[in-house]
Design a protein. Structure first.
Length: 212
């Protein structure tokens, strides 16, 4: 292919990416990145921004027929309210935050069991009763995100490892649906989640030193 044609195709693809993406999706990307970055920095204001982000993505996922992800946003909405409340509570004295914790073997078993159960049940419902795209894959990602959000709200440091795993899958899923800015956002989520895990692990170890 002639270099001029290649350059033209690249230019058209860039214009479609930049101008073909709705303002609603750009708003979702911005608030989504901001809330995850704040959570990784252990800053409580991630929760109200996350509430705005999930409301935006309810509409985005409805339009793209990712119904499991759309339903997940309603769950995220409730968990964000709970997380905001839980992080706001003080332990012992007025200045003591809820501590960062480490997941137990029983909690990991809960993650595995809940993921298998919700993937099968939700995937089957979507496959049989809707025109959902990728019903079982979408449901698997939804189930993993379900448990990850629980442990983010409960301040377990391994929540970030679960997010890294599912975000890598989401990148491919959103590319297949043409949600390129959202796919880029999830690629950035992987980096932020990795940094978040290291930051939370550092705080967790400092907490243990103070106890000992």
């Amino acid at each position: 292919m002639h270099p001029a044609v290649v350059a033209l195709n690249i230019s058209e693809a860039f214009e479609n990416f930049l101008f073909g993406t709705s303002l609603l999706e750009w708003a979702g990307v911005f608030t989504g990145i901001l809330c995850v970055w704040l959570a990784a920095r252990n800053i409580i204001w991630n929760w109200p921004i996350a509430i705005v982000s999930v409301i935006i993505y309810i509409f985005i996922f409805f339009e793209t027929r990712l119904y499991a992800d759309m339903g997940l946003q309603f769950y995220f909405l409730l968990m964000n309210i709970y997380g905001w409340y839980f992080w706001s509570r003080r332990r012992g004295n007025a200045s003591a935050e809820q501590p960062i914790t480490s997941m137990t073997n029983h909690e990991w078993l809960f993650c595995a069991g809940a993921t298998v159960f919700f993937t099968f049940v939700l995937g089957t419902l979507l496959y049989r009763h809707t025109d959902a795209s990728f019903p079982y894959l979408d449901s698997f990602c939804t189930a993993v995100s379900f448990v990850a959000q629980i442990f983010l709200a409960r301040r377990a440091m391994q929540n970030w490892l679960i997010w890294i795993f599912v975000d890598l899958i989401y990148i491919g899923l959103y590319i297949s649906k043409g949600l390129y800015p959202t796919a880029m956002m999830y690629a950035l989520y992987v980096y932020i989640a990795a940094r978040g895990y290291l930051e939370w692990k550092k705080i967790y170890l400092e907490q243990r030193e103070q106890i000992n």
